[in-house]
Design a protein around this ligand. Structure first.
Ligand SMILES: [Zn+2]
Length: 59
């Protein structure tokens, strides 16, 4: 058993955020510093969901 935080293969935990200035949202890998893709400014982290890796917008 891997415990309650086991992650399924092919899934990744991401940092979900919103930018209140631009009213946009995005996702960033947790090891990266989240910043707004629109203005490049600071963002507000809203959640850390686990998503299928194919849906992760890696840039
Ligand atoms: Zn912004």
């Amino acid at each position: 058993m891997s415990g309650p935080r086991h992650h399924s293969p092919g899934h990744v935990v991401v940092t979900a955020w919103t930018c209140p200035d631009c009213d946009v949202a995005g996702r960033t890998l947790p090891e990266a510093s989240p910043e707004c893709w629109n203005c490049g400014g600071p963002v507000v982290v809203t959640a850390r969901p686990t998503v299928p890796q194919a849906e992760t917008p890696l840039r």
